[in-house]
Design a protein around this ligand. Structure first.
Ligand code: PHE
Length: 442
C-alpha cells in the first residue's frame, strides 16, 4: 500500500487484533501502537507517571537519556521501569533510548523548523489563540491513548503487534490524540500538541518506530455557528478545511489539494487532505469533526470541535528533500549542519551514498509470526544500519507450511560497512529470528 494514511483511518478500520498479523505493510504511515516489578513497585511507577503527565507546563524539560535513567521534570524514570522482562511489556532497549530525545524541540533540526513554521501560521492567523504543548510525557495510560478517543476494543492499534506497552495499562503513545481529552478536561479550547509517537511497524525508508506528530484542536461554542446559518457540524468542518488549506499553502506554496472522506474512531465526519506534489498525490494529514462523545465526557455538551493530526517526518521529508527517515536521528554534521533555524525552504544535499548490502533469509513461519516482530528483532541488532526489510517470496506447501523469504538491506547513512560487520549482523539476526520468533530457518 503506497503512502498509506494513518493507523486509524479506513485502511485499518476492519482489521481486528485477531488477524492483524496479516496487515499489509504500509508505506509512509505518518502516522500507526520487563523487570523489577511487583505491585508495590508498579504502584509507585504509576503515581510518578501520573504526576508527570498531569502537570504539563510547556517549559518542563526532558533530558537526553544518560546511561539507563531518563529524567522527566522532577521524575526519574529508570530503564527497568520501561523495559521489563514481562509478557505485558514489549519495549526494547532501542526504543527506550529514544525517549526524551525530543527532536521536535530543536530549532535547527528539520522537525523543529517545521514545527515552528506551523506555529507561525497559527500565530499569524489566530494571534494568541492556540495553546502549544510540545513537552507532554509520551508514556500514557491505555485509557488516554485509546478509550478517551473512542478507539474500539478490537481495533488493531491496541494490539501488542502494533503498539509498545510498558504494562497492560500503560503505553508509549501511538498518536498525539492521546492528549485530546486530557487537555479538553483541563479547559483548553484551542491547542496544538507536538510530540514523539511510537509504533511497531515495518522497516523501509519512510518508516521508523518513533516519529513525530502534531495535533490541533479547536472548540466552538453555539455563538460561533449560530450567526452563520449552518449547523454546528458543517460550520466546524468548513472552518477546519479552510484552516488546513491555509496551512498547506503556507508550507507548500500554491499547490493543488483535494479532500478524501475517511474514517477515524474519534472524528465524524473524517477527512484526509492530499496535495499534488512532484507528480503525485501526497496525503498530508488526517482530521475531522470531533466525536460529540469526547466533548461530552470532557464536560462540553453544547460545543462542537475539530481536530487534526499530521506526521512531521512525512512533511519534512518532502519539504527538505530528505530521502531516508533514519537521517532525522543522525548526529553526523554533514546532515545537521545543513539546516538552520527558521529556514523551511532548504533542500538537503545528500552526502555520498554508501552502497547497500542485501542479505536474504528464508524460513517456515509459525502461527504467531508477524512482520513487525521480525522488524523489531532486526532493528534490535542492526539499529539504524538496516534500511529495509522486504518480503520477496511467500508460498504455502502441500502440507500447509508457509515459507517467507525476506531481503534485508543494510546500509549506513554515514560510512561504508565491511563484509565482516554485515556478516556478523546477519548471523545474529538469523540466530535471534530462530530463537525469538519460533520460525524454522530453511
Ligand atoms: N490520530 C490520528 C492518527 O494518528 C490522526 C488524527 C488526529 C485524525 C485527529 C483525526 C483527528 O492516525
Amino acid at each position: 500500500m503506497a503512502f498509506t494514511p494513518t493507523l486509524f483511518s479506513k485502511a485499518s478500520l476492519f482489521q481486528t487484533i485477531h488477524h492483524s498479523n496479516q496487515r499489509p505493510s504500509m508505506a509512509f504511515t505518518p502516522t500507526l501502537f520487563s523487570k523489577v516489578s511487583l505491585f508495590s513497585y508498579r504502584r509507585t511507577f504509576c503515581i510518578q507517571l501520573a504526576s508527570a503527565f498531569h502537570e504539563f507546563q510547556p517549559n518542563k524539560k526532558w533530558r537526553q537519556p544518560v546511561a539507563s535513567v531518563l529524567k522527566l521534570g522532577g521524575v526519574k524514570i529508570a530503564k527497568d521501569e520501561i523495559v521489563r522482562d514481562n509478557p505485558t511489556n514489549n519495549v526494547p532497549d532501542s526504543i527506550f533510548s529514544k525517549l526524551g530525545m525530543q527532536l521536535h524541540r530543536r530549532d535547527q533540526h528539520p522537525l523543529g523548523i517545521l514545527k515552528n513554521a506551523i506555529y507561525d501560521y497559527f500565530d499569524t492567523n489566530y494571534p494568541n489563540k492556540f495553546d502549544k504543548f510540545d513537552d507532554l510525557c509520551p508514556i500514557v495510560s491505555t485509557i488516554a491513548n485509546f478509550d478517551d478517543v473512542l478507539v474500539p476494543a478490537d481495533h488493531v492499534s491496541r494490539s501488542y503487534i502494533d503498539s509498545y506497552y510498558v504494562d497492560s495499562e500503560t503505553v508509549l503513545r501511538c498518536h498525539t490524540s492521546a492528549h485530546q481529552a486530557e487537555l479538553l478536561r483541563g479547559g483548553h479550547t484551542h491547542f496544538l500538541v507536538t510530540g514523539d509517537v511510537y509504533r511497531r511497524d515495518s522497516i523501509d525508508s519512510t518508516h521508523y518506530p518513533v516519529f513525530h506528530q502534531m495535533e490541533g484542536v479547536r472548540v466552538f461554542t453555539p455563538a460561533d455557528w449560530e450567526a452563520s446559518g449552518t449547523d454546528a457540524t458543517s460550520y466546524a468542518a468548513e472552518d477546519l478545511k479552510k484552516c488546513l488549506e491555509g496551512l498547506a499553502r503556507h508550507l507548500f506554496g500554491g499547490v493543488e489539494m483535494r479532500w478524501i472522506d475517511t474514517y477515524f474512531p474519534f472524528t465524524n465526519p473524517s477527512f484526509e487532505l492530499e496535495i499534488y506534489f512532484q507528480d503525485d498525490w501526497l496525503e498530508v494529514l488526517g482530521c475531522g469533526v470531533m466525536e460529540q462523545e469526547i466533548l461530552k465526557r470532557s464536560g462540553r455538551v453544547d460545543n462542537v470541535a475539530w481536530a487534526f493530526g499530521l506526521g512531521l517526518e512525512r512533511l519534512a521529508m518532502v519539504l527538505f528533500d530528505i530521502p531516508d527517515i533514519r537521517l532525522f536521528w543522525s548526529n553526523d554534521e554533514r546532515f545537521t549542519s545543513q539546516f538552520s533555524k527558521g529556514q523551511l525552504g532548504i533542500k538537503f544535499k545528500p552526502f555520498s551514498k554508501y552502497p547497500p548490502c542485501y542479505k536474504d533469509m528464508s524460513f517456515w513461519i509459525s502461527d504467531s509470526f508477524t512482520e513487525n516482530n521480525l522488524c523489531e528483532v532486526v532493528r534490535g541488532i542492526a539499529g539504524d544500519l538496516v534500511e529495509e526489510v522486504k518480503l520477496i517470496d511467500n508460498f504455502t506447501n502441500k502440507k500447509g507450511m508457509t515459507s517467507h523469504c525476506y531481503r534485508i538491506a543494510y546500509r549506513s547513512m554515514e560510512r561504508s560497512l565491511t563484509d565482516e560487520e554485515i556478516n556478523d549482523l546477519q548471523w545474529r539476526v538469523r540466530e535471534q529470528v530462530e530463537t525469538k520468533l519460533l520460525v524454522v530457518l530453511r
